[in-house]
Design a binder for this molecule. Structure first.
Ligand code: PLP
Ligand code: COI
Length: 340
């Protein structure tokens, strides 16, 4: 191992170029067989659909090195089907789901020396993405598309790893009712950039978005779903048609109920209730589970009992169990790990 001479323990969440990436092209109504290439650059026509009208969707997943030395991915079939849903919503031809999973396996295999060692705290982040590649000037879908998968070794998404973060209630909305909040489209992230830069300037780590229609219900952050724990130990997560259906969150609900024997509920969560929760965290592939210590609502603070130093017990248990399954220390439900 360590053929790549990377300081795994000190990696941030950034781009490190790896050896190979997968590329497939869609033309004349069909996907070609695709190939692995060493070229990290994409050359596009100046009028490509993605450049003009942001016709692009993506996914995020990770490869982990387990305690017994295997390399695995976590539930890649769910990323495949979510990416197909995203593509359909933007009038793009989905990349076939079985081929998606195979392409993930092939791309990780081709970059196997970049999968960080077990216990290093780092993982190999995998970014499948797809975009309209032929010239489009009237507002309409492209006819040609490129699907790619890049990999990059990453450390924690939030500096400080598992220490609680501080978030603010955003003045901006992330997603409209009946809009695109439930898919993983680049456009959702483009419009969140001003909100996150503003939050960072004000000293916050992230934004809490409320529902755009009433601004009374909790939605999600720019890159993760919320989980809360009630004072009597029940796990609660917001239900909304305009948030991304997080694979981490869906998995945590199973972990909570079936492995930890906790009560767990997906329901609408009103912002007014948040002050009464005992624990709060963000969950996602990049965020894993990041505890939230404080929420600032226009100067009014909600401080969770955790303070700013440690995870509280239920979120800690969820974190330990989920990462235990992902790293092969704990047996998870059948089919959750895809061995590379
Ligand atoms: N919400 C948003 C907006 C995201 O970008 C992500 C990251 O993918 C998530 C939630 C978490 O989803 P997942 O757990 O599938 O990574
Ligand atoms: C992920 O968790 O994979 C995402 O795409 C979120 C982004 C903040 C990196």
């Amino acid at each position: 191992m360590d053929k790549k001479n990377i300081d795994w323990a000190n990696l941030g969440f950034g781009y490190v170029q790896t050896d190979k990436r997968f590329v497939a092209n869609y033309k004349d109504g069909a996907w070609d067989e695709g190939t692995l290439t060493e070229d990290p650059n994409v050359v596009l026509n100046e009028c490509a659909g993605v450049l003009q009208y942001a016709q692009t969707v993506f996914e995020g997943m990770k490869a982990y090195r387990t305690e017994d030395g295997r390399v695995v991915c976590f539930r890649p079939d769910l990323n495949a089907s979510r990416m197909a849903d995203s593509a359909r919503r933007l009038e793009m031809p989905p990349f076939p789901e079985d081929r998606f999973v195979q392409a993930i396996v092939d791309t990780v295999k081709a970059n196997i020396d970049y999968v960080p060692p077990y216990g290093s705290g780092a993982t190999l982040y995998i970014r499948p993405y797809m975009f309209g590649s032929n010239p489009v000037i009237g507002v309409k879908p492209a006819d040609e598309y490129q699907f790619r998968i890049l990999t990059t070794p990453v450390g924690p998404y939030f500096k400080g790893g598992a220490k609680p973060i501080t978030i603010k209630v955003s003045d901006f909305d992330r997603a409209a009712p009946h809009g695109t909040g439930h898919i993983k489209a680049g456009l959702n992230y483009a419009m969140s950039l001003h909100a996150i830069v503003t939050a960072h300037k004000e000293g916050f780590d992230e934004n809490m978005y409320l529902d755009a229609a009433t601004r009374t219900k909790v939605e999600e952050t720019g890159g993760a779903n919320f989980i809360f724990v009630t004072k009597d130990g029940k796990v609660v997560t917001p239900k909304s048609n305009s948030i991304l259906p997080s694979i981490t969150r869906r998995s945590l609900m199973v972990v909570a109920k079936d492995i930890l024997g906790l009560e767990a509920e997906e329901r609408e969560v009103y912002f007014d209730e948040v002050k009464d929760f005992a624990e709060c965290g963000l969950c996602g592939t990049a965020a894993v589970i990041s505890p939230v210590g404080k929420i600032n609502d226009h100067g009014k603070e909600i401080c969770f009992p955790s303070g700013m130093e440690k995870m509280e017990p239920v979120i800690q248990k969820l974190y330990d169990t989920l990462t235990g399954i992902q790293m092969g220390r704990i047996e998870g439900p059948e089919g959750w790990l895809k061995v590379i």
